[in-house]
Design a protein around this ligand. Structure first.
Ligand code: FES
Length: 108
């Protein structure tokens, strides 16, 4: 199963195994990763699953489509960056093995 590494703002690093077809948010929640609250359960309505996606994985998962629910929700999120994604909208594939995502300050 693809491994995904979550790095909290304080540097705490946790690597978990994700399930192909499930979201990066689900991998976090299923492994009790602090900083991914996912209050809306993956409905793209809370932005508490906000992450920064490191390269080269950002190029693989891409950015949210302009005008999408995710882009709209990210506009309300704190401290967005050009590599911001909502992890409930990033779905795990085999090629994402080794993916690294970082949590923004304020999510802990
Ligand atoms: Fe709510 Fe991702 S879990 S927006």
């Amino acid at each position: 199963m693809p491994k995904i590494t979550f790095i909290a703002h304080d540097g705490t690093t946790t690597t978990v195994e994700g399930v192909v077809g499930k979201s990066v948010m689900e991998a976090a929640v299923n492994n009790n990763i602090r900083g991914i609250d996912a209050d809306c359960g993956g409905e793209c309505a809370c932005a508490t699953c906000h992450v920064y996606v490191d390269e080269p994985w950002l190029s693989k998962v891409g950015l949210p489509e302009e005008g999408s629910n995710e882009a709209s929700m990210l506009s309300f999120a704190a401290v967005t960056q050009p590599d911001s994604r909502l992890s409930c909208q990033v779905f795990i594939t085999a090629e994402l093995d080794g993916m690294v995502v970082r949590m923004p300050e304020g999510q802990h």
